[in-house]
Design a protein around this ligand. Structure first.
Ligand SMILES: NC(=O)c1ccc[n+]([C@@H]2O[C@H](COP(=O)([O-])OP(=O)(O)OC[C@H]3O[C@@H](n4cnc5c(N)ncnc54)[C@H](O)[C@@H]3O)[C@@H](O)[C@H]2O)c1
Length: 328
């Protein structure tokens, strides 16, 4: 019998790539999504892969539909549901917190009822503006709970603690993925994260917006590598948090240069003040992912940017009014 997976947030950027991987492996997949940041267009390719995809439009902060609880048992539940862009942090902070708390609780209960494994998509943001570099899973982090990013960082920390509590109290087989910056096709061109912002601005011949002096670093993972990592974590027996990201670190200015070169954009970079609590250095220590999951990223940054270029071009061709979302 085919394995059956529920993917909350499956209509989003990462979720749709994970669903694609699962469908290609022969899984039956149910997407659970309220489309707050997800898109029907992300599911189009998936629909062409076969008949094993079902989409349920639902907000996980509300009690789950009875049909999911009493229907065919799920083997695996992936919780990727959450707005993830800093521009959302000002617009819907309460919703973000409810999604990782009440929403994740509903999915943990479902996992308990079905005897399913459940993976929580946490974030490198649990490390905050880290004082240890690179970040190991044993580091507790440096988060400002009441700052601009607090709603997201603390939501992810709570989601981890809630998962851990289900493991401790009920032995629910939990998995915790600490995801670092990820990019690739199906990101919203205007969602405010670094790579979509840079592509959108560069393809429009505009100045790329750099916050601070651009020396802050990030480590960018191509989305198909991340999807493989999430799957590998689910298949492993590791209930500890695992960093899933690409350990190759670049400064924001290096990224701006790379995207300007790739797109032929000649406009100079425009500097804006660094947003509150913006992390200065971000690089995963991936020792645990390598040793415990046997996972390493395979797509180089150069290749990943090339693979993303056509996607962002077609997004802007379809809607030339799209603009980068800039935090002023
Ligand atoms: N992309 C990254 O760089 C990154 C980094 C760290 C962590 N993550 C985490 O990975 C997950 C996926 O991120 P993404 O980049 O694909 O974001 P995304 O916004 O593209 O996808 C999130 C999906 O969740 C859905 N969703 C949000 N709240 C929901 C709710 N209450 N009920 C049902 N559906 C809901 C959205 O509609 C969307 O389809 C998120 O949990 C995010 O926090 C992503």
């Amino acid at each position: 019998m085919a394995m059956r997976a529920l993917v909350a947030g499956g209509a989003g950027f990462v979720g749709s790539h994970l669903c694609e991987l699962l469908l290609n492996k022969g899984y039956e997949v149910v997407v659970l999504d309220n489309f707050v940041t997800g898109r029907e267009a992300n599911l189009e390719t998936l629909r062409k892969l076969g008949h094993r995809l079902e989409v349920v439009r639902h907000d996980i902060t509300s009690p789950l539909p009875q049909s999911l609880k009493t229907g065919t048992r799920f083997d695996e539940i992936y919780n990727l549901a959450s707005p993830a862009s800093p521009v959302d942090f000002d617009v819907m902070p309460v919703f973000i917190m409810r999604t990782a708390s009440e929403g994740h609780l509903h999915l943990l209960e479902l996992a308990r009822e079905h005897g399913a494994r459940i993976l929580f998509a946490s974030s490198s943001e649990v490390y905050g503006d880290a004082e240890q570099h690179p970040q190991k899973e044993t580091y507790f982090g440096n988060v400002n709970p009441i700052g601009h990013r607090g709603c997201y960082d603390e939501a992810k920390r709570f989601g981890e603690a809630l998962s851990q509590s289900y493991w401790r109290q009920y032995k629910t087989p939990i998995r915790i993925a600490r995801i670092f910056n990820t990019y690739g096709p199906r990101m919203r061109a205007n969602d405010g994260r670094i790579i979509p912002n840079f592509f959108t601005q560069a393809l429009k011949g505009q100045s790329l917006t750099v916050y601070g002096d651009g020396t802050q670093t990030r480590s960018f993972c191509f989305v198909t590598d991340l999807a493989r990592g999430l799957y590998a974590l689910m298949q492993s027996e590791d209930t500890r948090p695992v960093n899933v990201g690409n350990p190759i670190e670049r400064s924001v200015l290096e990224m701006a240069d790379a995207i300007n070169r790739l797109t032929g954009n000649r406009a100079a970079v425009k500097y804006l003040p660094l947003p509150e609590n913006d992390p200065k250095l971000r690089r995963p220590d991936t020792t645990r992912a390598t040793s415990s999951l046997g996972w390493t990223p395979a797509v180089s940054l150069e290749k990943g940017l090339e693979l993303s270029l056509d996607y962002f071009k077609s997004e802007l061709a379809q809607d030339p009014t799209l603009e980068a979302s800039v935090i002023q």
